[in-house]
Design a protein around this ligand. Structure first.
Ligand code: PMP
Length: 477
């Protein structure tokens, strides 16, 4: 009898279901992320999950939940993917971890080689040619920000201390990453601790007034950025953005023309472009990396989440040779000393190599094109829904934005299951076996790539019920 069964047996004797027992034990000891813990026992009961299986999560009570959010956008090929599990197990029996300062190992070298080989590489531009490993997305963002600042400092331009970020952006929640994020609920409390950033208007296509196309909107936002850089560009070391989709900001999407303009502006002002592909990388938007759709390459590219297929925490920051060379010196202080204990962890690297192997062997990008078309068919019917104001899609991301309401969420911004309406939608979906976590008024589909047709049908039908429930219609709970 394993520990789980043992505990369940004891608790069943006490008249409590195993799922309820785990809920109770959890709330005794675990402090959850992104949660007002007071809501948990009643308004937001925890889902005790026993195992994962492709696009499904299986609860301890045997109920199945479609993971429509890919567990915070990490899961690419499905849960408990056997090839990734095998790679981790084999690596764990060989070398589970080794300090990466002064040592190296096969999975780190092979992963760096493969990432650089698939990184965006438009003709005429110096390629990304070095990989710095970290262990989660926010840490990767910190690395990129520090590298950009430090490079200019090493080069005799210490006055370049500022970062430009976009309105409605999200780059993580450590203090450096929060400083370049623009979601008030996450940022406001910590504002006194944050470095000052310059925020440029978002190119978000939804903000285009009637008659303006997404591309025109992109150009207008780029014009505003040009004005900002003309005024303050010589104090800036880097611009950071989420290419094509601002995910935590409510799955807001923009035209690739914006990225081309940003690339030109960064070059003109000699500042680095940091592409945060942590959420959109690894096939999510239709290409391996979102930057490819604009035909650009950044100077620094942050990867995490889908890097390991969603199995282990790992991040990688890809940098140009020019940036790397700016740290070569006799002085330790001019080196990039940033270090995390688990940087380049062999298990994470082995998982990432297995995940990249699956992209090739299963031709995942081609299959995603077919799946994205099926998502598009199912999303189309929401365009005429009376309570829906926008339906948008980029590759394997569909967002269905409900009409704004008084209880939409804190500040009306995209915060996960924030207000009464988001919570009602969430609860309705869970009762119907789908894990949907609305961002403010936005319900979105961000499924594991292996999602099947029946699961897509369930997702579409459940989304309709969730919207009804959000607007006070009949619920199944
Ligand atoms: N950047 C983006 C675009 C993200 O979506 C996230 C996470 N949602 C992060 C950075 C931070 O990653 P992590 O949660 O692993 O720190």
């Amino acid at each position: 009898m394993n520990r789980h069964d043992h505990d369940a047996a004891i608790l069943a004797g006490a008249g409590e279901s195993p799922a309820d027992a785990w809920r109770r034990r959890d709330l005794d000891v675990v402090w959850h992320p992104c949660t007002q813990m007071r809501e948990h026992p009643h308004a937001l009961p925890l889902l005790p999950i026993a195992r994962g299986e492709r696009e499904w999560l299986v609860g301890m009570d045997g109920r199945r939940y479609l993971d429509a959010v890919s567990s915070w956008w990490t899961c690419t090929h499905g849960h408990a993917e056997p090839r990734i599990a095998e790679a981790i197990a084999t690596q764990a029996r060989t070398l589970e971890h080794v300090i990466l300062a002064g040592c190296t190992h096969e999975p780190a070298v092979m992963l760096a080689e493969r990432l650089l080989a698939i990184a965006p590489r438009p003709p005429g531009r110096a390629p990304l040619s070095k990989v710095f490993f970290a262990d989660n997305g926010s840490a990767g963002v910190e690395v990129a920000l520090k590298m950009a600042f430090h490079w200019f400092r090493n080069g005799g331009q210490p006055q370049r201390t500022k970062f430009v970020a976009l309105e409605n952006s999200y780059h993580g929640e450590t203090l450096g990453a929060l400083a370049v994020g623009d979601i008030p609920l996450y940022r406001r409390v910590y504002a006194p601790l944050l470095a000052e950033a310059l925020f440029a208007p978002s190119p978000d296509a939804v903000l285009a007034p009637p008659g303006e196309s997404a591309e025109q909107r992109a150009h207008r936002a780029a014009d505003a950025l040009a004005a900002l850089l003309a005024a303050q560009g010589d104090t800036v070391c880097a611009l950071i953005l989420e290419p094509l989709v601002q995910c935590a900001g409510g799955m807001r999407m923009h035209h690739p023309a914006y990225l081309r303009r940003v690339r030109e502006l960064c070059d003109a002002h000699r500042i680095f472009l940091i592409a945060d592909e942590i959420a959109v990388g690894f096939g999510r938007t239709g290409t391996m990396f979102a930057c490819e759709q604009a035909g650009i390459a950044p100077d620094l590219m942050c990867l995490s989440k889908g890097l390991t297929g969603g199995s282990l925490p790992l991040a990688a920051v890809l940098a140009t040779q020019r940036i790397y060379d700016g740290f070569l010196d006799d002085s330790r202080e001019r080196a990039f000393l940033h270090s995390h204990s688990y940087t380049g962890n062999p298990l994470g690297c082995a998982a990432a190599l297995a995940s990249l192997g699956i992209f090739e062997s299963d031709d995942v990008l081609a299959r995603n094109r077919t799946t994205a078309a099926k998502m598009s068919e199912r999303a189309a019917s929401f365009r005429t829904h009376p309570n829906v104001v926008d339906v948008r899609q980029t590759g394997m991301i569909v967002a269905i934005e409900m009409a704004p309401g008084a209880d939409a969420g804190v500040d009306g911004t995209a915060v996960e299951i924030a207000g009464g309406r988001g919570l009602r939608a969430y609860r309705e979906a869970v009762a119907r076996g789908v894990l949907l976590r609305p961002l403010g008024d936005v319900l979105y589909w961000f499924p594991p790539y292996c999602i099947g047709d029946d699961a897509l049908d369930l997702l579409a039908a459940t989304t309709r019920h969730a919207i009804d429930a959000a607007f006070g219609g009949p619920t199944c709970a």
